[in-house]
Design a protein around this ligand. Structure first.
Ligand code: G1P
Length: 283
């Protein structure tokens, strides 16, 4: 039986230029969807999948993320004194006791592959998740929990995918698969005419530790960056990798439209907000 996956890596060093000026001094991962920042949605998805070690690949401009997962004793005391127990509970449940956080700086923006390689000392010789918090996925069961369950039978690396319009292939990693959804190729941001399919990689990966050796030697690829996609392509020569078709809705919260769609859909599931909007005839 394959080992369970206890580590999730969150590459959060990127600047988020698609969302300027909102992200000039606030990390994009700290933008709220409902009453939680995107990074908290990401961490909750990992915890649901059984993860206990959270590894953030971060940057000096992203200190707010570290603060968010730290205990703020002054704030807790103030809430306690004011009798705001419900808010206090929300604050205390950001991170369960059994979870630990590791913050590693990615000094230079050399790409997603490089960010994942920075996590090597914290991950060790175990399978691990990579979670890109820009991609919010909502459903009955979190995407990582679905992948963890599948891993129990396959024991292979897997990558979450969904179909995208052909004219958008140059925004994603694109995979080619066989009848059993085993990857035969993966290519980073191909032009629509060259894409091997329209199955796009979304921001969830379950990877075996062999990927680290491959990342060590991965040269610069698309956009002049060290691409995780290229190391996964190399991995195919050594191990099977499966495409994983998840249940749920993905929102690309790195752009305005996806972010607003996510905000509206999350609000729609909040009874308090629905009642308030209906009361004001806004819904
Ligand atoms: C990254 C990956 C790409 C993947 C995408 C999903 O690209 O390199 O393969 O499809 O995330 O969101 P980025 O969006 O960081 O350019």
């Amino acid at each position: 039986m394959p080992k369970s996956v206890r580590t999730a890596v969150f590459p959060v060093a990127g600047r988020g230029t698609r969302f300027l000026p909102a992200t000039k001094s606030v990390p994009k991962e700290m933008l709220p969807i409902g009453d939680k920042p995107l990074i908290q949605h990401a961490v909750e998805e990992a915890l649901e999948a059984g993860v206990t070690r959270l590894v953030f690949i971060t940057h000096s401009s992203k200190r707010a993320i570290e603060d968010h997962f730290d205990v703020d004793a002054d704030l807790e005391r103030a809430l306690e004194a004011a009798g705001k127990t419900e808010t206090l509970d929300k604050l205390r449940s950001i991170l369960p006791r059994e979870a630990s956080c590791v913050f590693i700086r990615q000094g230079e923006p050399l790409g997603l592959g490089h960010a994942v390689l920075c996590a090597r000392p914290a991950v060790g010789d175990e399978p691990f998740f990579v979670h890109l918090p820009d991609d919010l996925i909502r459903g009955d069961t979190g995407c990582l929990a679905q992948m963890a369950e599948r891993y129990q039978t396959t024991g292979t690396s897997s990558i979450a995918v969904e179909n995208v319009p052909r004219d958008e292939t140059d925004r994603y990693g694109i995979v080619a698969v066989d009848d059993a959804d085993r990857l035969s190729a993966i290519v980073e941001k191909p032009a629509p005419a060259e894409a091997p399919s329209t199955l796009a990689v979304v921001g969830r990966y379950l990877l075996t530790p062999r990927i680290f050796d491959l990342l060590e030697t991965t040269g610069r690829g698309a956009g002049g960056e060290i691409q995780l996609t290229d190391a996964i392509s190399d991995l195919l020569a050594h191990e099977p990798v499966h495409a994983f078709r998840f249940q749920g809705t993905r929102y690309d919260c790195g752009n305005k439209l996806g972010y607003i769609r996510a905000t509206i859909d999350v609000a729609r599931t909040d009874p308090e907000i629905i009642a308030a909007l209906q009361g004001k005839a806004l819904l």
